[in-house]
Design a binder for this molecule. Structure first.
Ligand SMILES: [Zn+2]
Length: 304
């Protein structure tokens, strides 16, 4: 599909790399050695500016990763990173069955979407994440059923995987990730959600108030999730960054209780991209990008 609507670029704070002032002292060489050791061991990202985490939150009194711990103190876990094991992710392979999606250069969108969803699921499951797939085979799933599936898992996240195409511009290339149009009113979605899912009085679901707050949160968290995925994919595939965009897409609009994004992982109509999409290497890198983007989002502090 073509995407020419106004964009809503997700703004991710990037670490400045500036060293905190006031901590340079006589033990700096030792502290530097300790810092290098910590980074080699845990693989953390150093360079987060003092007072902020990579997600922009205020830090606690505990030293953040990359800052030397007080002399004699045991290393403290980084407060800004949440564990991802046990969290729930829903992967939605676009199209399926009679709905091929785009078809070009001997490739069908539905096949690539399913392959990427299965590969991404395997990577996330290896990290301890609970993954549900809207489809695991070549079957057609109506859009409302995809959202309904996600809505049965309040507090999870939904990533819908698609492949782009442009019939008019064979040179179109790159990756873009969609979030729900931020102009859509939360109150309207909450009303629809409450009516459709009859959440009031249910013992098996959270209270309607909780679900209403999840509806708002699902919209607010969308750009952060989309930005994390976009950043990982663009970095790994070295393709044009078409950014995080917003659109009133049904699968996003009707997913009420989870942050939801739709990723267009590349253009089937682009000759070189299509050739890459046929390779195991491209599919592996793309699945890794999707999984790491999801993991980056899940690690962000609660309430961010
Ligand atoms: Zn599609």
């Amino acid at each position: 599909m073509r995407h020419r609507l106004p964009t809503a670029q997700a703004r991710l704070l990037s670490p400045s790399g500036a060293a905190p002032k006031g901590q340079v002292n006589a033990v700096l060489p030792l502290a530097a050695l300790a810092l290098i050791f910590i980074c080699l061991v845990c693989g953390c990202q150093s360079g987060v500016p003092a007072g902020k985490t990579a997600g922009g939150q205020r830090k606690s009194a505990r030293p953040a990763a990359g800052e030397p711990a007080p002399a004699g103190a045991a290393p403290m876990p980084e407060p800004s990173r949440r564990p991802i094991a046990g969290r729930t992710v829903i992967l939605d392979a676009g199209h399926g069955g009679d709905d091929f999606g785009a078809s070009h250069h001997g490739l069908r969108e539905k096949d690539i979407c399913l392959d990427l969803a299965l590969r991404t699921a395997a990577i996330l499951r290896a990290k301890g994440v609970t993954v549900h797939l809207t489809r695991q085979t070549d079957v057609f799933i109506p859009l409302p059923d995809r959202s309904a599936f996600a809505n049965r898992h309040p507090g999870a996240i939904l990533v819908s995987i698609h492949v782009n195409a442009s019939d008019r511009n064979a040179a179109a290339a790159g990756i873009e990730t969609y979030v729900l149009d931020q102009g859509i009113k939360d109150a309207e979605r909450e009303k629809t959600a409450a009516g459709r899912y009859q959440v009031r009085g249910s013992d098996s679901l959270p209270s309607s108030a909780t679900l209403a707050s999840l509806t708002t949160k699902s919209r607010k968290d969308g750009p952060a999730l989309a930005g994390a995925i976009q950043k990982q994919l663009v970095g790994r595939l070295a393709v044009p960054d078409r950014g995080v965009r917003s659109k009133n897409l049904a699968v996003l609009r009707e997913t009420y209780f989870c942050p939801a994004v739709l990723v267009e992982v590349g253009f089937l109509t682009h000759v070189r991209t299509a050739a890459e999409m046929k390779t195991d290497a491209w599919r592996r890198r793309t699945a890794e990008g999707l999984a790491e983007g999801v993991a980056d989002f899940l690690r962000q502090p609660a309430g961010s």
